[in-house]
Ligand binder design. Structure first.
Ligand code: GZL
Length: 313
C-alpha cells in the first residue's frame, strides 16, 4: 500500500473517531413527572442512536444540583452542554464559566433569564403561554364563560408555570363571569397535586360550586382527580379537568371519563437537541435563538385511541 493511501486511511479513521468521541453533558431537572421522564428517555435514546457519549445528571428539582452538574461537565471538558433549567433565574455565573471554557450550551424546555444571550446557543421549547390560552379557550367554550376555577400551579419561578398562568389569565380576562377562586403551587408532582387539591376543596365548601380544575401539568391533575373523588365528587363530570403535557396516564383518565382535556407538550427533544449540537460542532453560526416545538389539544373523544398508541412507547 503506498504512503499516500496509508495517510488518507489514517486521517479517515481519526475523523471518524472524533465524530464518534462526541461527549455531551445533560443537566436535567429531575423526574417529577411522566413528561419529564419521557423527555429524559428521548435524550438518552437519541444519544445512543447517534453514538454520542451522554453524561446525565438528575438534579432532583434543585437548582444548586444543576449548577454543580454544569460545573462538572465543564471540568470534564465535554463538547456541549444541554441544560433544562428548573427555574429561570440564577444561571449567569455558571453560563459565563461555560462560555469561558468555550463549551456551547443549549437550553431545553424552560427558559433562563439572562442579560447576555451569547451565553447559550439556542433554546428548544414549546410556547407555554399559548398552551395556557388553548386550555382557557377550551374551558370557556365548555362553560359558556361562566366558571369558578381552582388552579394548581407548577414550580414557582419555572417558565412553564409563569407562562401557562399568563396565557390562561389573558383569555380569562375576556370573560367577566369566569374566575380563578383558588390557586396554589403543587410543584408539578402527582403527590402534591392530591395534597393541595384536598386542602383547596376543603376551603371551597367541598368543591361544590367549583366548575373546573386547571392544572399546569397532567401529573398534578392526576393527583387532584384522586382528591376530587375522595371529596365525593365525580371529576370530569361534576367539574371539568383541563391540563397540559399529554402523558399516557392522563389519556387513560380522559378515556375513563375522569378528565376532559389536555394540551400536548412534545417530550421528544432529543432529536432537535443533538441536531443543534452537530451544527454547533460543525461551526454553524446561523442557529436561531429559539426553536419551537408544537403540540395540540386532546379531548375525551380520541383519548382511548391515543392512550393505546402512547402506553406502549
Ligand atoms: C414544561 C415542563 C414541565 C411539564 C411538567 O415544558 O417544564 O415540567 O409540563 C414538568 O410535567 O414537570
Amino acid at each position: 500500500m503506498n504512503f499516500k493511501l496509508v495517510l488518507s486511511a489514517l486521517a479517515l479513521s481519526v475523523c471518524s473517531a472524533t465524530a464518534w468521541a462526541t461527549t455531551v453533558g445533560f443537566a436535567q431537572v429531575g423526574s417529577e413527572s411522566g413528561w419529564r421522564t419521557q423527555f429524559s428517555e428521548s435524550v438518552k435514546a437519541e444519544a445512543a442512536k447517534r453514538g454520542i457519549e451522554l453524561k446525565f445528571a438528575d438534579a432532583q428539582q434543585k437548582q444548586e444540583n444543576q449548577i454543580k452538574a454544569v460545573r462538572s461537565f465543564i471540568a470534564q471538558r465535554v463538547d456541549a452542554i444541554l441544560l433544562a433549567p428548573v427555574v429561570e433565574t440564577g444561571w449567569m455565573p455558571v453560563l459565563r464559566e461555560a462560555k469561558r471554557a468555550r463549551i456551547p450550551v443549549i437550553i431545553l424546555d424552560r427558559n433562563v433569564a439572562l442579560n447576555d444571550d451569547s451565553l447559550y446557543v439556542t433554546r428548544i421549547a414549546s410556547d407555554f403561554t399559548e398552551e395556557g390560552r388553548i386550555a382557557a379557550r377550551w374551558l370557556m367554550q365548555q362553560s359558556k364563560g361562566q366558571c369558578s376555577i381552582i388552579e394548581l400551579q407548577g414550580t414557582v419561578g419555572a417558565t412553564a408555570a409563569i407562562d401557562r398562568a399568563k396565557g390562561f389569565n389573558e383569555v380569562l380576562a375576556q370573560y367577566p363571569d369566569a374566575k380563578i377562586v383558588r390557586s396554589q403551587t403543587a410543584e408539578f408532582t402527582r403527590a402534591k397535586g392530591k395534597e393541595v387539591m384536598e386542602s383547596l376543596l376543603k376551603a371551597e365548601n367541598g368543591g361544590k360550586g367549583i366548575c373546573a380544575l386547571w392544572a399546569h401539568n397532567d401529573e398534578m391533575a392526576l393527583g387532584a382527580i384522586q382528591a376530587i373523588k375522595e371529596a365525593g365528587l365525580a371529576p370530569g363530570k361534576d367539574m371539568w379537568v383541563v391540563s397540559v403535557d399529554g402523558v399516557p396516564d392522563y389519556f387513560k383518565a380522559m378515556a375513563d371519563g375522569d378528565a376532559n382535556a389536555t394540551v400536548e407538550l412534545n417530550p421528544h427533544l432529543g432529536g432537535p437537541a443533538f441536531d443543534v449540537v452537530g451544527k454547533v460542532l460543525d461551526g454553524d453560526k446561523a442557529i436561531p435563538k429559539l426553536i419551537r416545538t408544537t403540540g395540540g389539544l386532546f379531548t375525551q373523544d380520541t383519548a382511548a385511541a391515543e392512550y393505546e398508541k402512547r402506553r406502549l412507547n
